[in-house]
Write a protein that binds this ligand. Sequence first.
Ligand code: CTP
Length: 425
Amino acid sequence: MKFELLPDKVARVLSDAGRIADEIGYNIYVVGGFVRDLIIGVENLDIDLVVEGDGICFAKKFSEKYSAKLETYERFRTALVTMENGLSIDIVTARKEKYPHPAALPEVSEGTVRDDLFRRDFTINSMAIKLNSNDWGKVIDFFEGEKDLSKGIIRILHDLSFIDDPTRIIRAVRFEARYGFHMEEKTESLAVKAIESGIFDALSRERIGFEFDILLREKNFAEILKRMLNLGILEKIYPEIDLTDVLMDILASLDKKISLLQKNLKFNENIDKILLYILILHYNMNSEKACSSASRMRLNKSFKHEILSFINIRDNSLPMLIGKGSVSNYDIYIAFKEISTEVLVALYLIEDNHIFHERILKYINCLRSIKPCITGKDLLKAGVKPGPEFKEILQSILIQKVNGTINTIEEELDYVKKTRISSES
Ligand code: CTP
């Protein structure tokens, strides 16, 4: 076992866990994704421990040793320990699960480590490593997980797995893309059957949203979407999404496209890639569909606002901005003024129009930072009385600066003088 490759803090936590379990007479194992990634040599700091005994009792002793934060969940006898060194450790009491009906949350009862591994999603996630000192490092692999891992196969443990928990279908697609694996034939055909039977209708929007949110953070999101499209998952969970080949291509090369664009743009602000994905996914919708999709996805208010602003500019300003007709700098400024960088970037990537691209570049690189140099103090000095006239003068200076008819502070002051003279005469 590649324990020696683990960061020191992780190795120490695991051996301490084994020692503490020895003291109270429990068997203890590290399980799931941690073991999978350890075997293939990928760093994973999410530690899941299974205790044959009382998980909460173990968690109390363990958190005392490290003076760590402890949260316990009585119903399933599980606990979460958050340590000062940044590690968080999930501790569960080994259990059996029974699903009362499809897609429901399971009923649980006490069990062995084998029961606990059998209730899991795929063979590659159903391995354990024993941590007690007498068996330290022993791999427990009842379901040939290691063999599947070496062959790159995602395989469920029993035929009803996807019926019990349809989120596993989404997880399967995620692991396929992340590791370049593929579902074993029977697993895939059971997934397709479950999808066709409408299994996702039984799943709450929250649970779908939770899984989708994880997908958005995966490196190969576009690949995942394509697979979800082909398996018919996307239309079942998010029927409003209409992914054309053009959108798919943009999603697939998003990182490259963003860094190319950043070279042309004078900004190095961080772009929220998840927001960008969400905007692109909503591009082919009208506002009504977009609202219903955003609610279905359980998106927050700010994301909903961004989507609507994206659709609004697409419908109302785009025809003017992609046209050859005369468009002043101030027209561009006004059209983009309230728009986030992500919306601008999404529009830039989707609209393949040279004139439009130049206008976006001009706005981001130059227009958006223009402001009058003079302040209220200068206006007072020039004899302007505080009130609506202040705002009018500053606004007029802004328009002229954006359009390039005023360029320096002297010209701004001249303009104020001229307005004073004409308003007095
Ligand atoms: N698990 C499962 N069925 C699910 C979710 C999780 O069987 N629907 C099990 C798997 O054994 C999984 C473990 O719980 O390995 C931990 O789940 P989670 O942390 O969500 O996934 P990981 O496999 O660790 O994947 P990731 O690397 O994406 O965190």
